[in-house]
Design a protein around this ligand. Structure first.
Ligand SMILES: *[C@@H]1O[C@H](CO)[C@@H](O)[C@H](O)[C@H]1NC(C)=O
Ligand SMILES: *[C@@H]1O[C@H](CO)[C@@H](O)[C@H](O)[C@H]1NC(C)=O
Ligand SMILES: *[C@@H]1O[C@H](CO)[C@@H](O)[C@H](O)[C@H]1NC(C)=O
Length: 293
């Protein structure tokens, strides 16, 4: 058998080398999804771990729809207003003017209460309270009327709440109150059998309960972590999932600490698995060379 001539074997070697040593693929797609359904996901939020601000880690869950995750459950996010910095959420298990459902507490973590509390124009309506309820006694001053509405309108104006009226032959006590009341007192302590919440209560003068919007509006704050510098350089703000330090994600294979651009990368290329296969290929090539020459 005749050996191929030296130039031809070098040619084979180059071909082999190119097929076995693919260059690391630099994807220009960032690994952070920027939409969940039709809701844009921008800083400080993230739906993939390591994206957005670390303070908002594990708060949003995108499983077909976008959900806000709290200790009391997953609440559907209806919209995010990035200009007003608000998030409109809706609890499918909550009572509204048209549906009566068993109550459960609305709980947020301490961090959530601090960085994204319900807005002051989100009002909680506690319904069918017992006469021993703290909000009818010691904490009476926590109840208020909003935009000229009294709580009793709910019993008369909502199909779902008419039942309270019918059963007791009078209006059982109720209370319009703010988030802090339900934050510090559970529904059991409040001793009210149901609740609902209403948003945009500042502009509801002269309207009827069946026209109100039921849900909660949260007002979030954007942590000042230098994200602007990163996004101006073309990156996506994120964080290291282990150290939770801020990171600027430049592409799926390159992370920089502050901003994208030459000289600022923390090296994301020499990953162990790639280095290993690279080494293996060099050994195979050496054997190949020994066979040829
Ligand atoms: C995300 O929310 C959905 C809807 O409530 C829930 O079924 C799912 O378990 C949640 N996933 C996580 C990881 O919390
Ligand atoms: C109203 O509250 C009372 C307890 O105070 C409860 O027994 C009753 O079932 C409640 N009404 C409805 C319709 O749930
Ligand atoms: C870059 O950071 C993201 C988010 O923390 C992480 O998922 C990814 O693995 C990192 N990439 C590299 C190459 O280190």
């Amino acid at each position: 058998m005749q050996f191929p001539s030296i130039p031809i074997s070098i040619f084979y070697l180059i071909i082999l080398s190119l097929t076995l040593h693919p260059l690391p693929i630099y994807s220009t797609l960032p690994s952070c999804r920027s939409f969940c359904g039709n809701i844009p996901i921008n800083y400080p939020f993230g739906i993939d771990d390591g994206c957005g601000a670390v303070q908002y880690r594990h708060m949003l869950n995108c499983s077909r729809d976008l959900f806000f995750t709290t200790p009391s459950g997953n609440y559907k996010v209806e919209s995010i207003d990035y200009n007003k910095k608000t998030l409109l959420i809706y609890d499918p298990a909550m009572s509204t003017c048209s549906i009566l459902q068993p109550h459960h507490d609305f709980l947020m973590t301490d961090i959530q209460s601090a960085i994204m509390p319900p807005t002051s124009d989100t009002v909680f309506a506690l319904l069918n309270c017992s006469i021993d309820s703290p909000v009818l006694n010691h904490y009476k001053n926590l109840c208020f009327d909003f935009s000229g509405h009294s709580c009793d309108e709910l019993y008369g104006g909502c199909n779902a709440f008419r039942v309270f009226h019918l059963l007791s032959n009078s209006s059982p006590p109720c209370c319009f109150t703010s988030y802090d009341t339900v934050r510090y007192m559970s529904m059991n302590i409040l001793d009210c059998s149901h609740y609902t919440s209403i948003v945009n209560t500042d502009n509801l003068e002269g309207t009827v309960p069946s026209d109100w919007v039921y849900g909660m509006k949260l007002s979030y704050s954007v942590p000042d972590t230098g994200c602007e510098r990163c996004s101006k350089s073309g990156g996506t703000c994120g964080f290291d999932t282990e150290t939770e330090g801020m990171m600027c994600l430049c592409s799926s294979s390159v992370n920089a600490t502050r901003q994208c651009g030459p000289g600022t990368f923390t090296d994301g290329v020499a990953r162990p698995s790639w280095a290993f296969s690279h080494g293996l290929v060099i050994v195979l090539e050496a054997i190949f060379l020994v066979m040829i020459f």
